[in-house]
Design a protein around this ligand. Structure first.
Ligand SMILES: [Zn+2]
Length: 277
């Protein structure tokens, strides 16, 4: 049976890119942490359904919750990197990007004793224009990436010209495996079906159809979620209407939908998937 990828970007509710203009970085340390409880719910859900996942930790979060990283690793899940402080790669200089992916990898490896080989950029912010980031990932010892969004998104990011299925990226620094989030192709359109707000806002059937398409093609689908999506009681941030809509709508539905997903499909960490040359 084809296994898919269930991935979680481990970050606090106030660190999402949609709230960048509303919550100052300098205020992060003073904000109440909410990441632990939804992570425990996620770990329970996964254990109940015998599913193993990939957790992309922010260095910032791992530094403040080292036991959470150890707990996730000891449950048999993969620990991967979401960079340090949730800076979108489109706003970073190569030097800062390198520093962020290096520091995060070192910290996560120190905490778990296991190699960290996967990276996902905040807001899937790698595309053609900043492909230099792939070289830096290779040079820093990463083997795969999951940062390219192969469809246009609500916030204007994403690149519909990128390949939607897992593939190799050939760069001067070597070969990097790429696992884009899953999209559903219908009627000439690319519909994001891989998680986040789309998973909560669109019918469950969209995600289901996309994963079944992947199975017919013999490749894994890649889904992504966030701890704050399982935390309907999180403090509300004063942000623009679209950001609030994307962040808060459907939070109460998340757990039920994840249960359906985990019942109907099987999952393994990205590091266990080999893609054909
Ligand atoms: Zn993120």
């Amino acid at each position: 049976m084809q296994r898919h990828h269930f991935t979680i970007d481990v970050e606090e509710y106030f660190q999402v890119s949609a709230f960048e203009g509303s919550v100052e970085r300098a205020a992060w340390d003073a904000m109440p942490s909410r990441v632990q409880l939804p992570m425990l719910i996620l770990l329970d859900l996964l254990a109940e359904h015998d599913a193993r996942a990939t957790f992309f930790f922010l260095g910032w979060v791992a530094d403040r919750h080292p036991n959470l990283v150890r707990l996730v690793a000891s449950a048999g899940h993969e620990i991967a990197s979401h960079g340090w402080g949730h800076e979108r790669v489109t706003t970073q200089r190569p030097h800062d990007f390198r520093d962020s992916v290096r520091t995060t990898k070192v910290l996560l490896e120190d905490l778990t004793g296991q190699a960290v080989i996967g990276y996902r950029a905040p807001s899937f912010s790698i595309a053609g224009a900043n492909a230099w980031a792939f070289d830096i990932l290779l040079e820093e010892g990463y083997a795969y990436d999951s940062s390219v969004f192969p469809a246009r998104r609500l916030d204007g990011n994403g690149d519909a010209s990128m390949r939607p299925m897992p593939h190799w990226i050939d760069r001067p620094a070597g070969h990097l495996a790429e696992f884009p989030p899953t999209i559903l192709r219908r009627f000439g359109m690319s519909i994001p079906a891989g998680g986040g707000g789309y998973f909560r806002l669109l019918p469950f059937a969209v995600t289901r159809a996309a994963l079944l398409d992947c199975e017919r093609a013999g490749v894994p689908g890649t889904l992504y979620f966030h701890p704050w999506e399982l935390d309907p009681a999180q403090p509300r941030v004063a942000a623009p209407a679209l950001a609030r809509f994307r962040h808060y709508t459907g939070l109460k539905r998340t757990v039920g939908r994840l249960e359906r997903l985990l019942k109907q499909f099987e999952f393994q960490p990205i590091r266990e998937t080999r893609i054909a040359a």
